[in-house]
Design a protein around this ligand. Structure first.
Ligand SMILES: C[S@@+](CC[C@H](N)C(=O)[O-])C[C@H]1O[C@@H](n2cnc3c(N)ncnc32)[C@H](O)[C@@H]1O
Length: 257
């Protein structure tokens, strides 16, 4: 599968990245940091972990990348795709409303809002090629680390590309695009509740989308749009073709072309 390449511009951000002095960053993370270098100021600090600020920081502990808050009684955040794939296989991803909304024929699905990648993994298990976009640099780096650490062979890594940035700021044309702007803290999530709340804090600085502007982009770039909503949430400002309802969320299909 050949994926599109396109450039992206986002606002400048600071990332604190700490590395135990005895270990060096793996090559894949060094390469991922280069993706951020035009737009982000990365502080790589090889001193001791006491320097992690209140707002938290990324730490390479020699084995994996984790996000840590120094003074909060929560476990470090990291993504474990092997574990999540097992959970999805156990809980029957085949009946997923997301997969029903996407449809069997979709070859490449763009996941415009990757987050923990739980939904991207569902799409991959469902047999689709997936291009996953994430605009938050911290989440992006956690995704890249989890991707390279994953050994479960149910996921064909050649069919998955994780991209840094905002697809809505590019000219990408999508046959099928998935959009999940909501932060689902009540339904099934890949992270435990407390960690999920803190994870939300990392992301809230990125701001909300203006959905009427986004709808204009969707009209000219997307043929089949799937939007995740809380069960009783407002409809995305485009006409709905079909709805696939779960207990706490629904997937709205907007056929645009
Ligand atoms: C609600 S979460 C998505 C949850 C995801 N479906 C999952 O399975 O975990 C939204 C994520 O999308 C990212 N995001 C939101 N708007 C975005 C955009 N326009 N471009 C790229 N990433 C975006 C946020 O940074 C956040 O990580």
């Amino acid at each position: 599968m050949i994926f599109n390449t396109s450039s992206t511009i986002i606002q400048s951000v600071n990332i604190n990245l700490f590395c135990h002095s005895s270990s060096i960053l793996p090559l894949y993370l060094t390469e991922a940091l280069k993706q951020l270098s035009d737009i982000a100021i990365c502080e790589v600090d090889v001193s001791d972990l006491a320097h992690i600020p209140q707002s938290g920081g990324l730490v390479w502990d020699g084995q994996k990348l984790v996000f840590i808050w120094p003074e909060k009684a929560v476990r470090p955040i990291y993504f474990d795709f092997d574990e999540w794939v097992k959970v999805l296989q156990r809980t029957g991803y085949k009946n997923s409303h997301l997969l029903r909304a996407v449809g069997k024929k979709a070859e490449l699905v763009i996941d415009s809002t990757t987050g923990t990648a739980r939904d991207s993994l569902t799409l991959l298990l469902g047999g689709h090629c997936v291009q996953s976009w994430e605009r938050d640099p911290i989440v992006y780096l956690l995704l890249i680390d989890a991707f390279y650490q994953m050994i479960n062979e149910s996921i064909n890594k050649d069919l998955w590309e994780i991209k840094f940035g905002d697809v809505f700021k590019t000219n990408t044309q999508a046959a099928v695009l998935y959009y999940d702007p909501m932060f689902d803290r009540t339904g099934k999530t890949a992270l435990a509740r407390k960690e999920m709340m803190l994870f939300h804090q990392i992301l809230k600085s990125n701001g909300e989308e203006n959905e009427s502007q986004l709808a204009d982009w969707m009209r000219t770039h997307v043929k089949r749009l799937i939007v995740k909503r809380p069960l009783k949430g407002e409809v995305f400002p485009l006409s709905v073709t079909a709805q696939f309802k779960g207990k706490s969320v629904r997937f709205d299909l907007h056929q645009l072309g």
